[in-house]
Design a protein around this ligand. Sequence first.
Ligand code: SAH
Length: 234
Amino acid sequence: MAFRATLLTLYPEMFPGPLGVSLAGRALDAGIWSLETRNIRDHGIGPHRAVDDTPAGGGAGMVMRADVCAAAIDAAAAAGDPRPRLLMSPRGAPLTQARVRALAAGPGAVILCGRFEGVDERVIEARGLEEVSVGDYILSGGEIAAMALLDAVVRLLPGVMGAAESGAEESFEDGLLEYPQYTRPPEFEGRAIPEILVSGHHGRIAAWRRAEAERLTRERRPDLLAGYGQPTVK
Ligand code: SAH
């Protein structure tokens, strides 16, 4: 069964956007995954189809209404729908490769994209939304965050990456950042490729790559080393 993504957004015209090209776009055309966009405004209130209102307690900006968001979710996902319901949110758990892998192993996702100051807390509780963040910075809406999540998930779906593009050795897959990569030409502006990589000695190359991955991780992301050596969640 193909991975089914449903996006709830005020800007359906943003999709598929970048997900329509390259690996993800070819996989979409091939039916390896499907993308449904639904306009939250279809569930808006009154003649102007209002989706937001001023924050209770005062303050700047607007908040997306719980009733409108709930109606959009309910119309998109029937009661028995097994797909996780995600809310893109800077308050969510930071997205990891382990979560991406788990999502890719599942039936799909229903993803609510916030706008304005975010969504009324009560719909998060009432619909059991899992808040997911793509990093410690604020985007103007959840759509680009949802695209990042889906791009990461889709490339892991069976049949999307060929053997040549296999992600087995990539950053995060083994808890380390990736080792440095080189290709032609053999010399670039006076810089040669590390000799060991052209030695043809596979054992020494593997040991060098492992040592470089550990060095880069220690220098740049020592936080990752805390989990290094533990069994990875697949
Ligand atoms: N006032 C909110 C930010 C709202 S930004 C706060 O301070 O937490 C508007 C919408 O953009 C959010 O509802 C969310 O859907 C999306 N968004 C912004 N930054 C994001 C991030 N880092 N990760 C995931 N979604 C994000």
